[in-house]
Design a binder for this molecule. Structure first.
Ligand SMILES: Cc1cc2nc3c(=O)[nH]c(=O)nc-3n(C[C@H](O)[C@H](O)[C@H](O)COP(=O)(O)O)c2cc1C
Length: 350
């Protein structure tokens, strides 16, 4: 029998650093991680303090974000030679516990190795809200992205020209509704940080993009009632390349799978030299989300629209520590002196 080996603190830190590099709605980073050294389990929790009550009342976008972080964590574990065994929603009595990752290993020759290009893409991937060149993405790369979505437990639909127009029209309708809703614009604006704010959560104005001078591309306008923050308009690519990520069910576990699939697609695109940005606005209005679904198959639950192509790299956004390194048994056995300590990821206790 193989002796039980625990990953050391630098390994755990590197896994968590990879996890928090994931995209999240409005950079809310709605996750929290907890270590249980007894069971060798890394728990992935949602962070109740960083939600969007108006735009995301069901927490679907929050689950997508946590799913993306979970995918990075899994990829980083394999990269470091550990086999991550993942259970989604492992305890119905703890609704905020979204996943449990048990690290076993080390990997053997029988295990599938980590794709180094994909792992390297974790740090290089940024949302790019600038205009792309319009250069067509070769079909094999698009096929790779679709295969990544499928492997992650979701599907990717790449629409034709008419389909692209339809999805953009619905997204533009969502943008228009958003702007007519003072509560929603205020909620979004609250996550935008002025230059030099140094806030670890939310989006710095430097990472925002311009509106489309032609008015065709419904990029999200985060600036709401503060047009002074808005960048001058630029011309976006005429031939927009989009992909709709969807699943055939719409349960909490499907949202977590969709988030993992989303990140698999984004990293695949990044590894192939593409830039990506997300258009989620239509998903924030139930009727528009329904309208975004494909006419076939009958069960199609859309999650997010991915815009991809060649163009400038997106600006980096900050990350908070977001991580509570606390032995789970401290919560379960508060009297246990072994579990009295808790700390941040830097100097993680394992
Ligand atoms: C579920 C989800 C929805 C998002 N929706 C949008 C969107 O509608 N518009 C946008 O510009 N960015 C969107 N983003 C991207 C986030 O704003 C971005 O991931 C975050 O600011 C962190 O920046 P990064 O991706 O460059 O690391 C979304 C991300 C996620 C995970």
């Amino acid at each position: 029998m193989r002796a039980q080996v625990l990953p050391d603190a630098p390994t755990v830190e590197s896994l968590l650093a990879a996890a928090v590099a994931a995209p999240s709605i409005h950079n809310t980073q709605p996750w929290r991680f907890r270590l249980d050294r007894d069971s060798q389990v890394l728990e992935v929790h949602s962070e109740p303090a960083r939600t969007l009550p108006l735009a995301d009342p069901m927490h679907r976008a929050q689950y997508l974000s946590v799913g993306a972080a979970l995918f990075n964590l899994r990829l980083a574990a394999v990269h470091r030679g550990w086999r991550p065994e993942v259970r989604l929603l492992p305890d119905p009595h703890v609704p905020g516990l979204l996943a449990a990752v048990r690290l076993t290993g080390p990997l053997t020759a029988d295990d599938q190795p980590c794709d180094p290009g994909l792992h390297e893409a974790i740090a290089r991937r940024h949302t790019s809200r600038m205009p792309f060149t319009g250069r067509p993405v070769p079909e094999p790369i698009v096929a790779e992205m679709a295969a990544a979505a499928r492997a992650g437990g979701a599907r990717l639909h790449v629409p034709d020209i008419a389909g692209t127009r339809r999805l953009l029209r619905l997204t533009a309708a969502a943008e228009a509704r958003h702007h007519a809703h003072p509560g929603r614009t205020a909620e979004t604006l609250a996550w935008i940080n002025p230059p030099g704010a140094g806030a670890p959560y939310g989006i710095p104005v430097t990472a925002l993009g311009p509106p489309d001078a032609a008015g065709r591309m419904p990029m999200r306008d985060f600036t709401g009632a503060l047009p002074a923050l808005r960048r001058p308009a630029l011309w976006f690519e005429r031939h927009v390349q989009l992909a709709l990520l969807w699943t055939s069910h719409d349960r909490r576990e499907d949202w977590l799978r969709a988030g993992q699939a989303l990140q698999y697609v984004l990293l695949t695109a990044t590894a192939r030299g593409l830039r990506t940005s997300l258009l989620h606005q239509a998903m924030e209005w139930p009727d528009l989300r329904t309208a975004m679904a494909l006419p076939r198959p009958r069960r199609c639950h859309p999650h997010v629209l991915i815009r991809f192509g060649y163009g400038p790299e997106g600006a980096g956004t900050p990350r908070g520590p977001g991580i509570v390194a606390e032995a789970a048994s401290s919560a379960r056995n508060p009297g246990d002196p072994r579990t009295a300590n808790s700390g941040r990821v830097r100097g993680v206790r394992w």
